[in-house]
Design a protein around this ligand. Sequence first.
Ligand SMILES: Nc1ncnc2c1ncn2[C@@H]1O[C@H](COP(=O)(O)OP(=O)(O)OP(=O)(O)O)[C@@H](O)[C@H]1O
Ligand SMILES: [Mg+2]
Length: 509
Amino acid sequence: MGEVSNEVRRLETLIEINSLINSQYRDVRVLLSRIMESAERLIGTDASSLLLVDSGTNQLYFEIALGDKGEDVKKYTLEMGEGIAGWVALNNRSLVVNDAGSDPRHCSLIGEDTGYKTDMLIAVPLRAKDEVIGVLEVINKSDGNNFNNDDLRFLEVLADQASIAIQNARDFGQLSSELDRLRTRVVTDSAQRDQELVWKSPKTEALLTQADRIALSDSPVLILGESGTGKELLADRLHNYSNRAAGPFIKVNCAAIPADLIESELFGYVKGAFTDAVRDKSGFFERAGGGSLFLDEIAELSLSAQAKLLRVLQNGTYQRVGGEVDVTVDVRVIAATNKDLGISVDSGTFRQDLYYRLAVLPIEVPPLRDRVEDIEFLAHYFLDGFKLERKDVPSDFSLEALEVLLSYRWPGNVRELQNAVERAVITCRGKKEITPLDLALPGKNRENTEYKGKNLKDSVTLFKKSFVREVLFAHGGNQTLAANALGIQRTYLSRMIKELNINHRGDEA
Ligand SMILES: Nc1ncnc2c1ncn2[C@@H]1O[C@H](COP(=O)(O)OP(=O)(O)OP(=O)(O)O)[C@@H](O)[C@H]1O
Ligand SMILES: [Mg+2]
C-alpha cells in the first residue's frame, strides 16, 4: 500500500516539475532547489547537492547544497575525478554507494572539515547533449536502509529534468547576452566604423573644430540635436580623436534597455543582488575602463541610474548593484539626446545636478536645414555610394530635384535625406536623372481645403494647431527652440500644446 502511494507521489512530482520547467526558466535556482527537495523527500534522504562543471577551470563547484551543512559545503570545489561526484562527472555514469567509508573513490575531506559524515550516496550525471555538465547527488537515507535501484532510477529522471532546466536557463542567458550585443556595440578599431562623417558647410566645419578640441578632454560631453543629425557619428569621432582611441568604446542605448535592468547593466551586480544574480557580473562602465562610454538617449535613464551616474562623474567611483565596495573607473562619458533636457528637468524626470554636470561641454549639432551647403554635398555623397553598389543608378539630380532638396525642411535630417536618395535610386532605375517626384518628399502638392465652411474662430484654432505643430516638428519636439522661433514664452507654448491636443513632438499622432 505504502509502496504504491510512494510511486504515485513520485509520478505526480515529476509531472509537477515538468510543468515548472516550462514556466519558470528564469528562476532556475528556485526550480533546481524544488527538484532537489523532491528528491530528498521522495527518496527519504538527509542532504543533497547539485554540482556544476565550471567550463573555465573544468572543476566542479556546488551550485546548490541542501541539508544542515549545505552552506559550509559550498566553498569547496572538486577536480574532475576527485571524490564520488568527480568520478561520476569524469566517467559520465551514475553510482550508488551504500558504504562510503570503504569506497576508495570517496573523498572524506569535506565531511571531516564540515563535521557531516557521508555514509551512503547516489550520484548521477547531469547531461546536455550527452556531455556532462554537472552531478546531482543525494546523501544518507533517513530510514537507515540501503539505496536501491528504484531510488537510482527516480534520481536519474530528476537529473534529466534538472539538466533541461539548466539548459533552458543557459539558452536564455545566451539570448540575453545576444540582446546585450545588439543593444551595445563595442568599437575598438576605427576601421570598424560603418560610416564616415562628411560635410561642406562652414557651420559643420566650426562644429567639428570645436569637437576635435573637446575630444582631448576627459570631461563628460553632452551632444544635443534633432533626430538624424549625426550625433552618433560625432560621438565616434570624439572617441577616435581622443587619447583613449586605443581603449574600448562602448555604446549603450539607454532607451533600449528596460528601466529595471539599466542600473545593473551599467554598473554590474554582485552575486545574490536579485534572483538571477548567481555570479558577480561587470557592467558597461567597467568594460569601458580606459576608454569611452557612449550613453545614447540619456533622457531615458531612470532616476536611480542617474544618481549613480552623477556619482561616477563626480568622483569616478560607483558600487555594483547589491554591492558595498566602491569600484573606481577611468571612463570618459559621451551622452546624447534629441530631447529637450530642460523640459525633462522641469518635469522631474531628469536630475538638474546631473544635467549641469553633463552640460559642462555641450555640443549642439545644427539641423540639416540650417546648413544648406551640407544638403547638396551629402545628397551627392549618398548617390555616389549607391553608384558603387549597383549599376542602374541615375548619374545626377535634376535642377528641380536639387531645388526641392534645398528648400525642404528635413525634419528627419541627414537620416531622412539618406532615405530619400535611396528611395529615388530604387524608383527611377535606368533613368538618367532623379526628379522631384522620385524623391517623394511629403508636404508638396497638398491642397489646402481644411478651412472651407468653417467660421473664423474654428479656422484660427485649426491654423494655430497646424502651425504650432509644424514649428514644433521642425525643432524635433524641442519646446525651447520652437517657442523661440514662434516668438512666445515656452510656458505659453506648453499650454497651447495641451489645449490644442498636439503630440509633444509635433508629429502626426
Ligand atoms: N555628416 C554626415 N555624414 C555622413 N553621414 C551622416 C552624417 N550625419 C548623419 N549621417 C548619417 O545619417 C544617419 C543618422 O545619423 P546618426 O545616427 O548619427 O544620427 P543621430 O543624431 O544619432 O540620430 P538619432 O537622434 O535619431 O539617434 C546615419 O546613417 C549616419 O550615418
Ligand atoms: Mg543616435
